[in-house]
Write a protein that binds this ligand. Structure first.
Ligand code: ADE
Length: 248
């Protein structure tokens, strides 16, 4: 897949997009990143990309013309229209389902904003507006990196095994079960015996129950949407009743 990022801070991406799993994904050819300086599409010699808001108010607003020109230039020559993502706090909340959807696209163009926001006409360029959470950042660069990271690790061949994505938090509709590594006892705390038993069926059953327990305790909203057997649902209900009796 190919990801184009349009930003007025193009230099801040390389250390993230070039390191670790993203760097390896790039070397393997699973993903291409192209970061563009929005100022290259500004129309004046000061390379201005923002202006005062009509109607007054504080802060600056990102001008539409450089963004339209940038997106059109980056799109040019592409056989299939890329999916244009506008990152902004008003967008659809990013979750694993949206990540999976975006990861399946051939090309993404991610537009990052700064200042107080965009001229509203910029929204018409976007196929989807995405927020990474209900808080406001100083710009769209970190959200763009979050999206690039989450979709890249789903590209074929990027993770060591498909199993790794199947069990992890959110992919299965549950939070991930507790994980342990050596030493078996650390500062007096031992890992659960079952994990040392070598009995794969018992380990799988324990992990599934612990994933349900963890999700029930931390994210009951996620558990409500998870696919559970009748028996698992009854277990989840018992956990919830026990928590209610304890006054949680
Ligand atoms: N820009 C500023 N805050 C943001 C957020 N939470 N998500 C996406 N883009 C943003």
């Amino acid at each position: 897949m190919r990801i184009d990022i349009i930003s007025i801070l193009p230099d801040i991406f390389e250390s993230v997009l070039g390191s670790s799993m993203l760097g390896i994904a790039r070397e393997k050819g699973a993903v291409e990143f192209h970061v563009h300086d929005l100022r290259d599409w500004a129309e004046d010699r000061h390379r201005t990309t923002d202006d005062y808001p009509f109607g007054g108010g504080h802060g600056m607003v990102m001008k539409p013309e450089p963004i339209f020109r940038a997106v059109r230039a980056v799109e040019a020559g592409s056989q299939q229209a890329p999916t244009v993502v506008l990152v902004c706090p008003q967008g659809r909340l990013l979750d694993q389902a949206l990540v999976e959807d975006l990861a399946g696209r051939e090309r993404l163009i991610i537009i990052c904003g700064r200042y107080e926001g965009f001229d509203d006409r910029v929204r018409s360029l976007a196929d989807v507006e995405v927020s990474i959470g209900d808080y406001v950042l100083t710009g769209g660069e970190l959200p763009a990196m979050v999206i690039a990271d989450a979709v890249t690790r789903l590209q074929p061949g990027v993770l060591a095994s498909v199993e790794a994505t199947r069990d992890e938090s959110h992919s299965s509709g549950l939070l991930e079960y507790p994980q342990y590594t050596r030493p078996a006892t650390f500062e007096g705390r031992s890992v659960p015996d079952v994990l040392l038993s070598g009995d794969h069926a018992r380990i799988a059953a324990w992990r599934r129950r612990e994933a349900i327990r963890r999700t029930a305790e931390r994210r009951p909203d996620v558990l409500d949407r998870a696919l559970l057997t009748d028996e698992e649902r009854a277990f989840a209900r018992a956990l919830r009743d026990a928590a209610a009796t304890r006054g949680q």
